[in-house]
Write a protein that binds this ligand. Structure first.
Ligand code: RIB
Ligand code: CA
Length: 292
Protein backbone atom coordinates (compact mmCIF):
# COMPACT_ATOMS: atom_id res chain seq x y z
CA UNK A 1 0.00 0.00 0.00
CA UNK A 2 1.45 3.42 -0.96
CA UNK A 3 1.77 5.54 2.16
CA UNK A 4 1.04 9.27 2.07
CA UNK A 5 4.24 11.30 2.58
CA UNK A 6 4.55 12.93 6.02
CA UNK A 7 5.83 16.45 6.62
CA UNK A 8 6.88 17.25 10.19
CA UNK A 9 6.98 20.91 11.27
CA UNK A 10 9.00 21.06 14.46
CA UNK A 11 10.85 23.21 17.03
CA UNK A 12 13.15 20.68 18.76
CA UNK A 13 12.67 20.68 21.86
CA UNK A 14 13.00 17.58 23.99
CA UNK A 15 9.54 16.26 23.23
CA UNK A 16 9.99 17.06 19.53
CA UNK A 17 13.13 14.92 19.63
CA UNK A 18 11.18 11.99 21.07
CA UNK A 19 8.46 12.56 18.46
CA UNK A 20 11.09 12.27 15.69
CA UNK A 21 12.44 9.12 17.36
CA UNK A 22 8.95 7.63 17.26
CA UNK A 23 8.49 8.59 13.59
CA UNK A 24 11.81 6.94 12.72
CA UNK A 25 11.18 3.76 14.73
CA UNK A 26 7.71 3.43 13.19
CA UNK A 27 9.26 3.85 9.73
CA UNK A 28 6.76 6.61 8.99
CA UNK A 29 7.17 7.94 5.44
CA UNK A 30 8.73 11.25 6.53
CA UNK A 31 9.52 13.01 3.23
CA UNK A 32 10.13 16.48 4.59
CA UNK A 33 10.90 18.34 7.80
CA UNK A 34 10.32 22.05 8.43
CA UNK A 35 12.19 23.72 11.29
CA UNK A 36 10.54 26.44 13.31
CA UNK A 37 11.35 28.86 16.10
CA UNK A 38 9.54 28.10 19.31
CA UNK A 39 11.23 26.27 22.16
CA UNK A 40 14.39 28.15 21.14
CA UNK A 41 15.30 30.55 18.33
CA UNK A 42 15.38 29.04 14.82
CA UNK A 43 19.18 28.88 14.70
CA UNK A 44 19.17 26.34 17.54
CA UNK A 45 16.01 24.45 16.63
CA UNK A 46 17.16 24.10 13.00
CA UNK A 47 20.55 22.75 14.09
CA UNK A 48 18.80 20.39 16.51
CA UNK A 49 16.52 19.14 13.74
CA UNK A 50 19.49 18.59 11.40
CA UNK A 51 21.38 16.59 14.02
CA UNK A 52 18.30 14.57 15.04
CA UNK A 53 17.48 13.62 11.44
CA UNK A 54 21.04 12.34 10.94
CA UNK A 55 21.04 10.53 14.29
CA UNK A 56 17.74 8.84 13.42
CA UNK A 57 18.66 8.22 9.77
CA UNK A 58 15.52 10.07 8.65
CA UNK A 59 16.50 10.72 5.03
CA UNK A 60 14.25 13.67 4.30
CA UNK A 61 15.00 17.24 3.23
CA UNK A 62 15.13 19.70 6.13
CA UNK A 63 13.83 23.15 5.22
CA UNK A 64 14.54 26.22 7.33
CA UNK A 65 11.22 27.68 8.45
CA UNK A 66 10.05 30.72 10.36
CA UNK A 67 11.99 32.59 13.00
CA UNK A 68 10.44 34.93 15.54
CA UNK A 69 10.73 35.95 19.16
CA UNK A 70 9.19 33.41 21.52
CA UNK A 71 9.10 32.84 25.28
CA UNK A 72 12.30 31.33 26.66
CA UNK A 73 11.69 27.59 27.15
CA UNK A 74 15.24 26.70 28.25
CA UNK A 75 13.88 25.73 31.67
CA UNK A 76 11.83 22.98 30.02
CA UNK A 77 14.17 21.94 27.21
CA UNK A 78 17.62 23.01 28.38
CA UNK A 79 19.94 25.65 26.94
CA UNK A 80 20.51 23.63 23.75
CA UNK A 81 16.87 22.53 23.49
CA UNK A 82 17.76 18.85 23.90
CA UNK A 83 18.23 18.69 27.64
CA UNK A 84 21.96 19.22 27.26
CA UNK A 85 22.35 16.01 25.25
CA UNK A 86 25.20 16.57 22.78
CA UNK A 87 24.05 15.47 19.30
CA UNK A 88 26.78 17.52 17.59
CA UNK A 89 28.50 14.37 16.34
CA UNK A 90 25.50 13.93 14.04
CA UNK A 91 25.42 17.54 12.86
CA UNK A 92 25.94 17.73 9.07
CA UNK A 93 29.08 19.58 7.90
CA UNK A 94 26.97 22.12 6.01
CA UNK A 95 23.37 23.22 5.90
CA UNK A 96 21.88 21.85 2.70
CA UNK A 97 18.38 23.21 3.36
CA UNK A 98 18.34 25.43 0.27
CA UNK A 99 14.74 24.96 -0.70
CA UNK A 100 11.52 26.53 0.59
CA UNK A 101 8.43 25.08 2.25
CA UNK A 102 6.36 25.57 -0.92
CA UNK A 103 8.98 23.86 -3.08
CA UNK A 104 8.98 20.98 -0.59
CA UNK A 105 5.19 20.60 -0.82
CA UNK A 106 5.49 20.50 -4.61
CA UNK A 107 7.58 17.31 -4.46
CA UNK A 108 4.56 15.09 -3.70
CA UNK A 109 0.88 15.34 -4.71
CA UNK A 110 -0.36 14.66 -1.16
CA UNK A 111 0.95 15.19 2.38
CA UNK A 112 0.02 14.39 5.94
CA UNK A 113 1.27 17.49 7.78
CA UNK A 114 2.19 17.17 11.48
CA UNK A 115 2.82 20.39 13.46
CA UNK A 116 4.79 20.11 16.68
CA UNK A 117 5.56 23.82 17.20
CA UNK A 118 3.97 27.20 16.45
CA UNK A 119 1.65 27.32 13.41
CA UNK A 120 3.63 30.12 11.77
CA UNK A 121 5.03 28.01 8.91
CA UNK A 122 1.63 26.57 8.01
CA UNK A 123 -0.10 29.95 8.22
CA UNK A 124 2.51 31.47 5.90
CA UNK A 125 2.00 28.65 3.41
CA UNK A 126 -1.75 29.23 3.50
CA UNK A 127 -1.29 32.97 2.97
CA UNK A 128 1.52 32.90 0.37
CA UNK A 129 0.86 29.66 -1.53
CA UNK A 130 -2.81 28.62 -1.11
CA UNK A 131 -2.69 26.47 -4.26
CA UNK A 132 0.11 24.21 -3.01
CA UNK A 133 -1.75 23.80 0.30
CA UNK A 134 -4.35 21.82 -1.64
CA UNK A 135 -1.80 19.01 -1.46
CA UNK A 136 -2.17 18.79 2.33
CA UNK A 137 -4.51 15.83 2.94
CA UNK A 138 -4.51 16.05 6.73
CA UNK A 139 -3.06 18.23 9.50
CA UNK A 140 -2.30 16.90 12.97
CA UNK A 141 -1.54 19.71 15.42
CA UNK A 142 0.00 19.42 18.88
CA UNK A 143 -1.35 22.56 20.52
CA UNK A 144 -3.95 24.33 22.58
CA UNK A 145 -5.63 23.31 25.80
CA UNK A 146 -9.29 23.38 26.82
CA UNK A 147 -8.83 22.81 30.54
CA UNK A 148 -5.03 22.44 30.66
CA UNK A 149 -2.64 25.32 30.01
CA UNK A 150 1.09 26.03 30.25
CA UNK A 151 1.23 29.71 29.32
CA UNK A 152 -0.50 32.92 30.51
CA UNK A 153 -4.15 33.75 29.65
CA UNK A 154 -5.09 30.05 29.72
CA UNK A 155 -3.06 29.23 26.63
CA UNK A 156 -0.62 26.57 25.42
CA UNK A 157 2.94 27.33 24.28
CA UNK A 158 2.62 26.60 20.53
CA UNK A 159 -0.60 28.59 20.22
CA UNK A 160 0.67 31.34 22.52
CA UNK A 161 3.69 31.87 20.24
CA UNK A 162 1.55 32.87 17.26
CA UNK A 163 -2.21 33.14 17.91
CA UNK A 164 -2.77 34.88 14.56
CA UNK A 165 -1.33 31.83 12.81
CA UNK A 166 -3.75 29.65 14.76
CA UNK A 167 -6.66 31.81 13.62
CA UNK A 168 -5.42 31.63 10.00
CA UNK A 169 -5.30 27.83 10.16
CA UNK A 170 -8.73 27.65 11.81
CA UNK A 171 -10.15 29.82 9.02
CA UNK A 172 -8.75 27.49 6.34
CA UNK A 173 -10.48 24.41 4.96
CA UNK A 174 -7.62 22.12 6.03
CA UNK A 175 -8.85 18.92 7.74
CA UNK A 176 -7.53 19.28 11.31
CA UNK A 177 -6.89 16.86 14.12
CA UNK A 178 -5.98 18.60 17.38
CA UNK A 179 -3.88 16.97 20.10
CA UNK A 180 -4.31 19.38 23.06
CA UNK A 181 -2.59 19.47 26.46
CA UNK A 182 -5.71 17.87 27.93
CA UNK A 183 -4.74 14.55 26.31
CA UNK A 184 -0.93 14.89 26.19
CA UNK A 185 -0.83 15.40 29.95
CA UNK A 186 -2.44 11.99 30.45
CA UNK A 187 0.75 10.38 29.09
CA UNK A 188 3.54 10.91 31.61
CA UNK A 189 6.64 8.76 32.00
CA UNK A 190 8.01 8.24 35.51
CA UNK A 191 11.68 8.37 36.40
CA UNK A 192 11.52 4.63 37.04
CA UNK A 193 10.07 3.97 33.58
CA UNK A 194 12.76 6.09 31.94
CA UNK A 195 15.58 4.37 33.87
CA UNK A 196 14.17 1.02 32.70
CA UNK A 197 14.77 2.00 29.05
CA UNK A 198 17.89 0.59 27.29
CA UNK A 199 21.07 2.73 27.12
CA UNK A 200 23.63 0.43 25.53
CA UNK A 201 24.55 2.62 22.53
CA UNK A 202 25.39 6.31 22.09
CA UNK A 203 21.99 7.16 20.59
CA UNK A 204 20.15 5.50 23.47
CA UNK A 205 22.31 7.35 26.01
CA UNK A 206 21.55 10.66 24.26
CA UNK A 207 17.79 10.09 24.08
CA UNK A 208 17.72 8.92 27.66
CA UNK A 209 19.43 12.19 28.62
CA UNK A 210 16.73 14.05 26.67
CA UNK A 211 14.01 12.10 28.50
CA UNK A 212 15.57 12.63 31.92
CA UNK A 213 15.77 16.38 31.40
CA UNK A 214 12.16 16.49 30.24
CA UNK A 215 11.21 14.36 33.26
CA UNK A 216 13.00 16.66 35.72
CA UNK A 217 11.26 19.67 34.18
CA UNK A 218 7.93 17.87 34.32
CA UNK A 219 8.37 16.94 37.97
CA UNK A 220 9.41 20.51 38.70
CA UNK A 221 6.12 21.68 37.22
CA UNK A 222 4.07 19.14 39.15
CA UNK A 223 3.42 16.83 36.20
CA UNK A 224 4.83 13.74 37.94
CA UNK A 225 7.19 12.82 35.11
CA UNK A 226 8.16 13.41 31.49
CA UNK A 227 5.33 14.85 29.37
CA UNK A 228 5.98 14.07 25.71
CA UNK A 229 3.35 16.24 24.02
CA UNK A 230 4.79 15.95 20.50
CA UNK A 231 5.36 12.20 20.67
CA UNK A 232 1.65 11.81 21.48
CA UNK A 233 0.79 13.84 18.36
CA UNK A 234 2.97 11.66 16.12
CA UNK A 235 1.48 8.52 17.68
CA UNK A 236 -2.04 9.88 17.04
CA UNK A 237 -1.20 10.55 13.40
CA UNK A 238 0.21 7.05 12.88
CA UNK A 239 -2.23 5.06 15.07
CA UNK A 240 -5.50 7.03 15.34
CA UNK A 241 -7.24 3.80 16.36
CA UNK A 242 -5.38 4.01 19.68
CA UNK A 243 -7.05 7.33 20.47
CA UNK A 244 -10.58 8.48 21.26
CA UNK A 245 -11.62 11.61 19.39
CA UNK A 246 -14.54 13.99 19.49
CA UNK A 247 -15.82 16.01 16.54
CA UNK A 248 -16.31 19.58 17.68
CA UNK A 249 -15.97 23.22 16.63
CA UNK A 250 -13.12 25.29 18.03
CA UNK A 251 -12.42 29.01 18.23
CA UNK A 252 -9.16 30.75 19.18
CA UNK A 253 -8.91 34.19 20.77
CA UNK A 254 -6.22 36.78 20.11
CA UNK A 255 -3.98 35.32 22.83
CA UNK A 256 -4.17 31.72 21.63
CA UNK A 257 -6.79 30.52 24.12
CA UNK A 258 -9.11 27.96 22.52
CA UNK A 259 -12.69 26.96 23.33
CA UNK A 260 -15.36 24.65 21.94
CA UNK A 261 -17.78 27.17 20.45
CA UNK A 262 -20.59 27.01 17.90
CA UNK A 263 -19.44 28.59 14.66
CA UNK A 264 -15.82 27.59 15.25
CA UNK A 265 -13.66 25.45 12.98
CA UNK A 266 -14.92 21.87 12.68
CA UNK A 267 -12.19 19.44 13.71
CA UNK A 268 -11.31 16.17 15.36
CA UNK A 269 -9.97 16.59 18.90
CA UNK A 270 -8.13 13.79 20.73
CA UNK A 271 -9.66 13.25 24.15
CA UNK A 272 -8.11 10.01 25.38
CA UNK A 273 -5.33 7.52 24.70
CA UNK A 274 -3.65 4.58 26.38
CA UNK A 275 -0.55 5.75 28.31
CA UNK A 276 0.66 2.15 28.83
CA UNK A 277 0.60 1.62 25.08
CA UNK A 278 2.49 4.91 24.57
CA UNK A 279 5.21 3.72 26.95
CA UNK A 280 5.47 0.42 25.08
CA UNK A 281 5.87 2.39 21.84
CA UNK A 282 8.63 4.48 23.38
CA UNK A 283 10.43 1.42 24.73
CA UNK A 284 10.32 -0.19 21.25
CA UNK A 285 11.58 3.07 19.76
CA UNK A 286 14.53 3.15 22.14
CA UNK A 287 15.32 -0.48 21.25
CA UNK A 288 15.18 0.46 17.55
CA UNK A 289 18.15 2.81 18.06
CA UNK A 290 20.43 -0.24 18.41
CA UNK A 291 19.89 -0.96 14.71
CA UNK A 292 21.27 2.45 13.58
O1 RIB B 1 2.98 23.07 24.88
C1 RIB B 1 3.80 22.01 24.44
C2 RIB B 1 4.36 22.29 23.09
O2 RIB B 1 5.16 23.46 23.12
C3 RIB B 1 5.31 21.18 22.60
O3 RIB B 1 5.28 21.13 21.21
C4 RIB B 1 6.66 21.66 23.06
O4 RIB B 1 7.72 21.13 22.26
C5 RIB B 1 6.54 23.13 22.83
O5 RIB B 1 6.82 23.38 21.47
CA1 CA C 1 7.38 21.25 19.97
Amino acid sequence: MVQTPVLIDTDPGTDDAVALLLAAALHMPVRGVLSSYGNLPLKQTHANAAALLRALDIQAPLIRGADAVSPNAEEIHGMNGLGGADFSTFLPERDCSVSTPERLLETYPQWDYIVLGPLTNLARLLHDCPAVCQRIRSVTVMGGGFERYNMPRDTEFNFYCDPQAVQTVLQSDLPLTLIPLDVTHTVTLSLRQIHALPQGCLRQKLFKQVLLYNCAAGIGHGCGGAVLHDAVAVAASRFPERFCFEQTTVCCDRYGHIARLTGGKKMRVAVRTDSRWMYEMLAKSMAYLEQL
